[in-house]
Design a binder for this molecule. Structure first.
Ligand SMILES: Nc1nc2c(ncn2[C@@H]2O[C@H](COP(=O)(O)OP(=O)(O)OP(=O)(O)O)[C@@H](O)[C@H]2O)c(=O)[nH]1
Ligand SMILES: [Mg+2]
Length: 511
């Protein structure tokens, strides 16, 4: 089996690096056992970037290894050490690579050397407890987790970018022509469909240098899939001009230059979108005496139809100078027209960098579903084995207005609340206004050892905070008893909707 050397369509799975976790650590020194939180932040994960590289002409590398992963960020460490950045992974792609998502939606059309697309953004690093500390929360006993990087399935499809595209019947001499005017060395043979993949050649005529694409031969009915079909015509979609290569020496019955040309034009019209491209006609193989005769017969007629026609021989080189200078002229005209639109270096980013406060709540048979950039991100950052971290999440969600919105929509205590998309979500019990029992005694993030003495108003405040909404029956004494015996209130569960605590806002990375 032949090993392919040219691949123009691939599926690729890209996973950007995970962000490193923040760390919860307390500074320790002789005679100063509690020197304050000093846990560093996790580093961001590496992103995956597609970059147009003029030296790459095929997507074959991605055909061989269709999964690419960028480096994760380093975890934070004690003594305020932050984790390192994960390195970005740059994937070189040929000029003219069209990027689509799994659903076929075009994400970007990468043309021009250096053009970049950040296709998968690395995950954010989690904050360490040093960064989460505030004047009120002197020693947070938790840190945030790093977030996973973007992970997605994409398709890459190459549409070669060349100045000139050669079209013609199989064996008309397209590959011979490109070999005669450039350094390209495609396979040449006297059987049809010798060329199975496009070849690119670089041609210099006078001051102008341009690229020429030799694509597989077309036959009548290509639009219905005959021969190699239309598949390769997309490689000339981006060409500024087309050159018809016509065989003047063919012995095939029913073929002659004028009819061949008409058949090609018909197939191009069926493919569509190429009507506006200027065309030249190369009557090839005039080194063959019959070819020369036929060329002489048809040339005036074709010119009378307004076509620019060049009798040439790829074998002897005759007529190549005139043909390449005519090509250069069209290329220059096309470039002059395009000049203004020429992009320098575009960096495209997917919309995942969204940082909006908006979120939605929908009632579903499974429970209340909360979706939004921030709530979902915050859930990913939460270490659910750490109560303080869970409480911090509850505070953030509450401050965003998630609890209020749930209440307004009719959510009741004990309802199921799901945060995130269907395939990636976390389930909570809804407990509006009141936190999981024990956390009301010592407020989250406070370490009593830091306080001189807990003043009486601290307890009053705790009771005040735990009081039910107006209209409910629990009295102040009930609340006080409840606070003293938290275990009566059942096993701890993750709750959302704890009372708003403005103290966190100082240290909230998203506030
Ligand atoms: N005498 C003569 N033969 C030529 C000339 N150009 C090409 N040929 C011959 O024609 C045959 C086909 O040439 P190719 O260059 O492979 O034709 P192609 O258009 O690339 O064909 P496909 O790749 O199959 O579409 C080969 O045997 C060439 O040697 C020419 O100018 N004169
Ligand atoms: Mg060929």
């Amino acid at each position: 089996m032949a090993v392919p050397t040219f691949v123009d369509r691939v599926s690729l799975h890209v996973s950007a690096g995970r962000g490193g976790n923040g760390v919860a650590s307390v500074h320790r020194e002789k005679f100063k056992p509690l020197g304050g939180p000093d846990g560093g932040n996790g580093g961001p994960g590496g992103s995956i970037i597609l970059r147009v590289d003029p030296d790459i002409t095929t997507l074959i590398d991605y055909h061989h290894s269709p999964k690419r992963t960028a480096e994760a960020g380093g975890h934070g460490a004690g003594a305020h050490r932050n984790g390192g950045h994960g390195s970005d992974l740059v994937l070189p792609v040929p000029d003219g690579t069209v990027v689509t998502d799994a659903a076929g939606e075009v994400l970007a059309d990468l043309t021009g050397p250096g053009t970049e697309l950040v296709i998968a953004q690395g995950g954010r690093g989690g904050l360490g407890n040093a960064a989460l500390a505030s004047s009120k929360r002197k020693a947070p006993g938790f840190a945030l987790l790093g977030e996973p990087g973007d992970e997605l399935e994409i398709r890459l499809e190459l549409k070669i970018v060349a100045d000139i595209g050669l079209v013609g019947f199989p064996s008309a001499g397209k590959s011979s022509l490109i070999a005669s005017i450039s350094r390209a060395r495609p396979k040449i043979a006297d059987y049809p469909f010798t060329t199975l993949v496009p070849n690119l050649g670089v041609v210099t005529a006078g001051e102008t240098t341009f690229t020429v694409a030799d694509v597989p031969g077309l036959i009548e009915g290509a639009s219905e899939g005959r021969g190699l079909g239309h598949d390769f015509l997309r490689h000339i979609e981006r060409c500024a001009a087309l050159v018809h290569v016509v065989d003047t020496a063919t012995m095939e019955p029913g073929r002659n230059p004028a009819d061949d040309l008409a058949v090609m034009e018909n197939e191009l019209a069926r493919y569509g979108g190429l009507e506006d491209r200027p065309r030249l006609v190369a009557l090839n193989k005039v080194d063959v005496p019959d070819g020369r005769d036929l060329s002489d017969i048809v040339i005036e007629d074709l010119r009378a139809h307004g076509l620019r026609v060049f009798p040439v021989s790829a074998a002897s080189g005759e007529g190549m100078r005139e043909l390449t200078f005519a090509m250069a002229e069209i290329v220059r005209a096309a470039r002059a027209e395009r000049e203004v639109a020429e992009a320098q270096r575009i960096v495209l980013r997917p919309p995942s960098a969204d940082n909006s406060d908006s979120f939605t709540v929908t009632e579903t048979p499974d429970g209340w579903r909360v979706q939004g950039t921030k709530p979902e991100r915050w859930v990913r950052q939460t270490d659910f084995s750490n109560d303080e971290a869970v409480g911090f999440l509850a505070d953030r969600l509450n401050r965003l207005g998630v609890e209020t919105k749930l209440l307004r929509m009719g959510a009741e205590e004990g309802d199921i609340v799901i945060i995130g998309h269907v395939d990636n979500s976390v389930v909570f019990d809804f407990k509006p206004g009141i936190d999981a029992g024990a956390e009301n005694l010592a407020r989250r993030g406070e370490d009593e050892r830091f306080e001189e003495k807990r003043p009486a108003h601290g307890r009053r405040r705790a009771i005040q905070e735990a009081m039910p909404e107006r209209g409910e029956t629990e009295t102040r004494a009930d609340v006080a008893r409840r606070l003293d015996k938290p275990e009566k209130f059942g096993p701890k569960s993750y709750t959302i909707g704890s009372r708003d605590d403005p103290d966190w806002s100082e240290s909230d990375p998203d506030a």
